[in-house]
Design a protein around this ligand. Structure first.
Ligand SMILES: Cc1ncc(COP(=O)(O)O)c(C=O)c1O
Length: 370
């Protein structure tokens, strides 16, 4: 049983270095504090069409974009329900990719897995071999771009090229914690569906999920009659085409924040944003190499979430607590009971830069006596 607790009037302001939610600019937070307006008004059409088109420009895609009230998991579920009749191949290498397989099973699909030890990356050749040798005709292959539980960046570009060799099979990518901080050329690699949550590298308050949908995925859903209502690609995209709005009442304040933040992201541009994230990842990897070791397989380290192996046996929970109390900075322990103390994670995404990440690593050095 959960102990219920009273929400207090005051909490310390802490800088977030967890793998999302992350820091949000002040003007983006302020953009939410506006009197409400109707979700069927012209103002809503102005807002929704602007943020959808801005997103296409930022992500550099000609595919359709859906912004849905909910979190990224909504599209983990909807993508399976919309596109899989029977068989799906879920590549797994950590907690979130395993969640994707679990969702497929719960939806009653025949979900095969191509599984890797946590910390290792999915290999394109293994995917090809499985697609060639399997008796199943897979409707979909799933892959996580950035396995936030292990800090592994999977080579989704190469995996997408492999899946594209099998025209009946669509490729679905969970890019929560990557998109906005790690550029991927979506249209060039046979990626049919790719989604994220806005509280990660988009650096917005949580509450919206972003999904990019190819024409093939749209058509595949039309052929089916058991698609999701709420997360249906067709329903969402057609409503946008007809009315420039969402099919049901959206989280308007988060969309106002999205509008403001997307202007910042467009001003920076995806190349510069990608470069800034790479610099943070390089810095953190070097720091980890000096004091600890990186947990992911060599060459597959994430650009947005560093998962660091606790080779010195520091007390991870206590270090996190002390850094929070003394420096007002929060980073994350390892994921789940297995990795909780064996690793720790630094979310270097969104608004952070090398300087702000260095402030955290200095604090960790001080508290852990490195
Ligand atoms: C890789 C990955 N996939 C899916 C999710 C779930 O996202 P959400 O909590 O927005 O539903 C997360 C959340 O951390 C994630 O990191």
């Amino acid at each position: 049983m959960t102990d219920t607790r009273e929400y207090r009037d005051e909490y310390p302001e802490q800088t977030l270095y967890i793998p999302g939610p992350t820091e949000v600019r002040e003007d983006v937070v302020s953009a939410m504090a506006q009197p409400m307006f109707g979700h069927r008004s012209d103002r809503m059409t102005d807002l929704y069409t602007t943020i959808v088109e801005d997103t296409k420009v930022f992500l550099d895609t000609d595919h359709e974009v859906i912004l849905l009230t909910g979190s990224g998991t909504a599209f983990m579920e909807a993508a399976i329900q919309n596109l899989v009749d029977r068989n799906v191949l879920c590549t797994t290498c950590g907690s979130f990719s395993e969640r994707q397989a679990n969702i497929a099973e719960r939806l009653g699909k025949s979900a095969d897995t191509l599984s890797y030890e946590w910390g290792r990356a999915v290999k394109p050749d293994d995917v090809r071999e499985r697609l060639e040798s399997s008796e199943s005709d897979y409707d979909v292959v799933t892959c996580v771009m950035n396995e936030s539980s292990t800090g592994v960046r999977n080579p989704i570009e190469e995996i997408g090229d492999v899946v594209a060799e099998f025209p009946e099979t669509l490729f679905v990518v969970d890019a929560v914690s990557a998109l906005g901080g790690d550029y991927v050329d979506i249209d060039a690699h046979g990626i049919d569906v790719i989604f994220t949550s806005v509280q990660k590298a988009f650096a917005m308050p949580p509450g919206l999920a972003v999904c990019v949908v190819s024409e093939d995925a749209y058509e595949r859903e039309i052929e089916r009659d058991a698609a999701s209502w709420y997360g249906g690609f067709q329903r969402n995209i057609d409503y946008y085409d007809r009315k420039g709005q969402t099919h049901s009442t959206p989280a308007i304040p988060i969309m106002l924040a999205y509008h403001r933040q997307m202007k910042h992201m467009l001003e920076e541009g995806h190349d510069a944003r990608d470069r800034r994230h790479r610099e943070m990842a390089d810095y953190t990897r070097e720091w980890a190499g000096e004091h600890f070791a990186m947990f992911p397989e060599d060459g597959y380290e994430s650009q947005t979430v560093a998962c660091i192996e606790n080779t010195r046996g520091i007390d991870v929970a206590e270090t996190i607590e002390t850094v929070a109390a003394e420096y007002d900075m929060v980073f994350a322990n390892g994921y789940g009971s297995d990795l909780g103390e064996k690793t720790f994670r630094i979310g270097h995404m969104g608004e952070h830069d090398v300087e702000s990440v260095r402030a955290l690593t200095d604090a960790i050095e001080d508290v852990a006596g490195l």
